[in-house]
Write a protein that binds this ligand. Structure first.
Ligand code: NAP
Ligand code: F7E
Length: 323
């Protein structure tokens, strides 16, 4: 019989890639979606009829338990969250409700309705924040720098705690930044590649940016969802860092993106304090040796290739009059 998976956050960047991967592997895929006045499921439009969507919300404990009873999953991937760091300063309580307590709600629902489930929690390199070690591994202590990072650290620890307290098969993937042409427009990679495409097409001239000196370890989302799946196929539940072990500045990102369309970023990028954060995460670089050794996982897309892939995709979209 086909394995069944339930994905929260299926309408997000990672949810769409994970749903594709699991369908290819022959899974029956169920996704939890929030009701809104207008359905915006662009990222999974091509999967219509292949995935089964159900209404639910991380804020509503009973909707989670009901969904587990209805779909009887073997694996649950908890990807839903308020995931944009700047919003977490404007809506810190909501971020805590979704991104921190939402994890406990899901774990409680699993414990009471389907304890045999294998559970994946989407932890984040933002938990390392003001880093206490370079590069960061599974053993590096956390020092989060935003309400989002703090909420993710809670989600991480409660997942470990439920594994140790109730013997659930619950794992956390500590994923570093991962991007794709499906990335939300407000995140820095997509903001840059989309605006570069618009500037190239003569639709605007300037790109307002925040801190160009921040360094990130950027990988490709398609690779990272594969690591999520591998974590749930292990004999014993353990946590893993997933990264590329390369770090680059936002300035390098901007430089490569503009160069891809034959432009000089210095003529178009303007620093706007509105995009500078109250507290910054200056340097992230992940050590993924454990994932390589135990999961047999390696990133397949490197930084320059990733940025150029995103610029090319955005050029096509802008030429076609799409977002
Ligand atoms: P994303 O594109 O922002 O998607 C977030 C998803 O969560 C969307 O499907 C959203 O639904 C859903 N959601 C938000 N609040 C919800 C709620 N209260 N109830 C139900 N669903 C809710 O994020 P992503 O980049 O795919 O990331 C997936 C997960 O990995 C997130 O937990 C993120 O924090 C974490 N993460 C991401 C990265 C990264 O670099 N991408 C790195 C580490 C960890 P709507 O479509 O209705 O808004
Ligand atoms: O910022 C700098 C900004 O918003 C990256 C989320 O997926 O990854 C993501 O969090 C860097 C920061 O991602 C702009 O200050 C400069 O240093 O793309 P971002 P993030 O905050 O690293 C982690 C792993 C997650 O878990 C999160 O969910 O870029 N930056 N200028 C800018 N950032 C933005 N957004 N916009 C700018 O104009």
């Amino acid at each position: 019989m086909a394995k069944r998976a339930l994905i929260t956050g299926i309408t997000g960047q990672d949810g769409s890639y994970l749903a594709e991967l699991l369908l290819k592997k022959g899974y029956e895929v169920h996704g939890m979606v929030r009701r809104s006045s207008e359905e915006k499921f662009e990222r999974i439009a091509h999967l219509q009829g292949k995935v089964q969507l159900h209404q639910g919300d991380l804020l509503d404990q009973f909707s989670l338990a009901a969904l587990l009873n209805l779909t009887q999953p073997d694996e649950v991937y908890n990807l839903a969250a308020q995931s944009f760091v700047p919003t977490s300063w404007n809506q810190p309580v909501l971020t805590g409700e979704f991104t921190a307590l939402g994890v406990t709600k899901m774990l409680e629902a699993i414990r009471h309705t389907r304890p045999q489930v294998r559970f994946y929690q989407a932890s984040s390199s933002e938990m390392f924040g003001k880093v206490l070690e370079v590069p960061q591994s599974e053993d590096t202590p956390f020092y989060p720098r935003s309400p989002y990072g703090v909420a993710k650290a809670y989600g991480h620890h409660i997942t470990v705690n439920y594994r140790e307290s109730f013997k659930l098969f619950a794992v956390s993937g500590i994923l570093f930044n991962h991007e794709s042409p499906r990335r939300g427009l407000e995140f820095v990679t997509r903001k840059v590649t989309y605006n570069v495409a618009r500037i190239k097409m003569g639709l605007q001239d300037t790109l307002p940016m925040g801190n160009l000196d921040a360094k990130r370890d950027w990988g490709f989302a398609g690779d990272y969802v594969d690591a999520m799946w591998r974590m749930l196929q292990q004999e014993t539940p353990e946590d893993f860092v997933v990264a590329t072990n390369e770090t680059h500045t936002v300035r390098e990102l901007v430089e490569i993106a503009f160069a891809r369309v034959g432009l000089d970023y210095q003529k178009h990028v303007k620093i706007d304090p509105a995009f500078v954060r109250p507290a910054e995460v200056d340097l992230l670089i992940g050590k993924y040796d454990k994932a390589r050794e135990k999961l047999g996982w390696e990133p397949t897309v490197r930084f320059k290739q990733l940025v150029e892939m995103m610029v090319d995709a955005d050029l096509e979209r802008v030429k076609a009059g799409q977002r």
